[in-house]
Design a protein around this ligand. Structure first.
Ligand code: FAD
Ligand code: AMP
Length: 471
């Protein structure tokens, strides 16, 4: 008999949620993780809690308060004199948030009777896993089912080698102990924009270099256009079609060479953040040695129910590709756990929401107009600006809009795209509507509390049928 019914490798949002769900369903469960924090302590939570979603949102929130007090408080009749920032205190608060949440997983594991095994897991075949603890000692554990949730790490590019002093990755950029005067960012994806926003709000002169000619290429074009305009207004200098070819450090300065339409350009900054995406992490896992296929981009190959090429071994989250998002990793884990328990769970990739936590935020779910045009689906669009929302006006947050795309024949909602304050919260209504296969008419006939930002979704749904009330 195996030691466990399920062993999960990795305790990020994919792994720890899977472990809890397996245990809830009556499986004897263990979760192995090797993460060690800068203080040398083993911690759960993976990238998301330690150096990803959570610390970035803590700094976004702190920096937004500062920005608000500097730039917007006066219009509310609030005068701030002698305003200054204490980066050490801000970073300490961020670490406290991280500590509370990672400790929270320890509590959840205890409550659900999930065993924690600290160390690095290596697959040995025959459902055996060797775990090497941080002190070098080894143990072998066995499980009926193994779920790999080993996540991802920042992508490195040879033209800008990270030294974690002058040239940093996202982890380094979350830990600056002072505000760089001039900050360069390679990559205008979610991570580059969020970290660029944090330091821009705190006073850095930020330049973002993005190789692609389009801003937020996967987003709705009007939403991306409005976001670009606003973010630039806030002082982020975004260069599109700018491909970095070299970055060299001399005397604590980074000289960046990049190529754009005008030719070879140079930019000198004090710090450079490399935010060019993330790559799957399967190092020292021994996956291929036991017959698990890994594709040319490093992602573990899985079938539609997340089973790898080895029976009884599953993989989820960033390690298998698709949207590299915490909530996608968690839901995949829930599906695997429930299927192991004999349930018929499925996961709907059509309704995975995306958020970019700038201010205002960009959030979307489903298809864009461009995607629908490409496959010849006829659609109609309802759009409503936050400038026409009573609550947005009262909040002083009138930037942006909601766009709802519905099938021209069936009225079924195919996509919802938001640029506006609290878009990350508002998008959930759209996800629920799409999950229940609602029509725009369904949303239009749903009563929304007044005054709320969510009324903009209601109005956009009315606008699909050209009957918005306030625009
Ligand atoms: P991870 O969170 O990467 O966890 C993998 C775990 O596996 C780690 O703890 C690692 O130590 C462990 N591990 C790996 N190999 C082994 C081994 N052999 N043995 C034992 N343990 C092992 N996503 C969002 O949805 N929203 C956001 O706002 C967001 N913001 C982000 C901001 C930043 C700055 C970054 C970097 C990422 C952000 N992400 C965000 C992405 C999100 O963090 C990832 O999608 C998510 O963490 C993936 O979860 P995972 O469980 O697949 O892997
Ligand atoms: P994401 O994968 O969403 O985190 O975004 C990373 C971004 O970095 C992508 O939009 C890439 O186009 C961009 N990128 C990658 N390499 C370079 C480079 N050498 N110069 C500028 N931008 C880059």
């Amino acid at each position: 008999m195996a030691d466990y019914n399920a062993i999960i490798i990795g305790a990020g949002p994919g792994g720890y949620v899977t472990a809890i769900r397996c245990a809830q369903l009556g499986m004897k469960t263990a979760c192995v993780d090797k993460w060690v924090n800068p203080e040398g302590q083993s911690v759960l939570g993976g990238t998301c809690l330690n150096v990803g979603c959570i610390p970035s949102k803590a700094l976004l929130d702190s920096s937004h308060h500062y920005y608000f007090l500097q730039k917007q408080a006066a219009e509310h009749g609030i005068k701030c004199e002698g305003l200054n920032i204490d980066i050490a205190a801000m970073q300490a608060r961020k670490q406290d948030v991280v500590k509370t949440l990672t400790q929270g997983i320890v509590g959840l594991f205890k409550k659900n009777k999930v065993a924690t095994i600290q160390g690095t897991a290596r697959l040995m075949g025959n459902q055996q896993i060797e775990v090497t603890a941080h002190d070098g000692s080894k143990q072998v554990v066995t499980a009926d089912n193994i779920i790999i949730a080993t996540g991802s790490v920042p992508t490195q590019i040879p033209v800008a080698p990270v030294d974690n002093k002058s040239i940093v990755d996202s982890t380094g950029a979350l830990a600056f102990d002072n505000v760089p005067k001039r900050l360069g960012v390679i990559g205008a994806g979610a991570i580059g924009l969020e970290l660029g926003s944090v330091w821009n709000r705190l006073g850095s002169q930020v330049t973002i270099l993005e190789a692609l000619p389009d801003f937020l290429a996967m987003a709705d074009r009007r939403i991306a256009g409005a976001a670009l305009k606003e973010i630039k207004k806030q002082g982020l200098d975004i260069h599109l079609g700018a491909s970095v070819t070299a970055a060299t450090v001399t005397n604590n300065e980074v000289t960046i060479s990049y190529q754009d339409k005008q030719g070879e350009q140079k930019l000198v900054v004090d710090k450079l953040i490399v935010a060019v995406g993330r790559k799957p992490y399967t190092e020292s896992l021994g996956a291929t040695e036991i017959g698990i296929s890994i594709n040319e981009r490093g992602f573990i190959q899985v079938d539609e129910h997340r089973q790898t090429t080895v029976s009884g071994i599953y993989a989820i989250g960033d390690a298998i590709g698709g949207p590299m998002l915490a909530h996608k990793a968690s839901e995949e884990g829930v599906m695997v756990a429930e299927r192991l328990a004999g349930q018929k769970s499925e996961m709907s990739y059509e309704t995975v929401p995306y958020v970019i936590y700038t201010h205002p935020e960009v959030a979307f779910v489903g298809k864009t107009e461009e995607q629908l045009k490409a496959v010849g689906i006829k659609y109609k669009v309802g759009q409503f600006p936050f400038a026409a929302s009573g609550r947005a006006k009262a909040n002083g947050e009138t930037n942006g809009m909601v766009r709802i795309i519905a099938d021209a024949n069936t009225d079924s909602i195919l996509g919802v795209h938001i640029f506006g304050t609290s878009a990350s919260e508002l998008i959930s209504e759209a996800v629920v509507a799409m999950e229940f296969e609602a029509s725009a008419e369904d949303l239009a006939r749903t009563i929304h509390a007044h005054p709320t930002l969510a009324e903009a979704i209601h109005e956009a749904a009315l606008a699909v049928d050209k009957r918005a009330i306030h625009a």
